[in-house]
Write a protein that binds this ligand. Structure first.
Ligand code: 13P
Length: 256
């Protein structure tokens, strides 16, 4: 069985003074041993990573970044390398989020390169894919997702340290969620693509998260889908209460 992941993506939100209270109230609302059933990750702005890692040191919560630069070091003003993240104990990162593709000229090529660098450096990438509203409406969702997934897999030799997140762009921050079936269909399509490049068994072990207006009210239905192995959650991960409800839903569903 694939262990589900609930990952919060805080995007450009949050300051250090808020962190202690946030994690305290999050954990307060979780059952003992929750981490046996669910993995919890927070992808935070760079400025919060160090304190968050200290605060979560004795808890199973993983702290992640939202991006890395693909180069080792040098004249790349404003950028952060894989080695710099490892330097502060961060070993998971989002790669290729649609907001980075949309606003910061991230391409399939740069995403591919970043995934390769992450895996080489022992950083676990959560690589994001997803179609825009226009692409969905013109019936090219699978073409777009196939192109993005192929680029991600190009530099992957071993799937063990990779997570993929399917985030339809039209569902991000809009309150529109893909229906459970719509999301599951794309997840299943992604798993098939992975099976073709690797093999069935490895593809069955890959965790594929759904993102796009996931919240306490809809997480249950999404998690019940065969190919949905958790959520990448924006807005609802900023509220400890909402996010702990989502973790609890996953514990209920997956708990032994
Ligand atoms: P929302 O949950 O706010 O729609 O954001 C989803 C997302 O982009 C997570 O990476």
């Amino acid at each position: 069985m694939r262990k589900p992941i609930l990952a919060g993506n805080w995007k450009m939100n949050g300051t250090n003074p808020e962190l202690p209270r946030f994690f305290e109230s999050l954990v307060q609302n979780l059952p003992a041993n929750w981490s046996e059933d669910v993995e919890v990750i927070f992808a935070l702005p760079y400025t919060l990573l160090q304190q968050a890692n200290v605060l979560c040191k004795s808890s199973p919560i993983t702290i992640a970044s939202q991006n890395i630069n693909q180069y080792e070091s040098g004249a790349y003003t404003g950028e952060i390398s894989a080695a710099m993240l490892k330097d502060i104990g961060v070993t998971t990162t989002l790669i290729g989020h649609s907001e980075r593709r949309q606003y910061y000229a991230e391409t399939d090529e740069s995403v591919s390169e970043k995934v390769r660098v992450c895996l080489e450096q022992g950083i676990r990438p959560i690589a994001c894919v997803g179609e825009t509203k226009d692409e969905r409406e013109s019936g090219v969702t699978e073409d777009v997702v196939a192109r993005q997934v192929t680029a991600i897999l190009a530099g992957v030799k071993d799937l063990a340290n990779l997570v993929i997140a399917y985030e339809p762009v039209w569902a991000i921050g809009t309150g529109l969620t893909a229906s459970d079936e719509q999301a599951n269909q794309v997840h299943s399509f992604i798993r098939d693509l992975v099976a073709k490049k690797f093999n069935d068994e490895q593809a069955q072990n890959l965790r594929i998260l759904y993102g796009g207006s996931a919240k306490p009210a809809n997480i249950d239905g999404l998690l019940k889908q065969e190919h949905i192995d958790g959520g990448l959650v924006g807005g609802a991960s900023l509220k400890a209460d909402d996010f702990s409800r989502m973790i609890n839903a996953a514990v209920e569903l997956y708990g032994r």
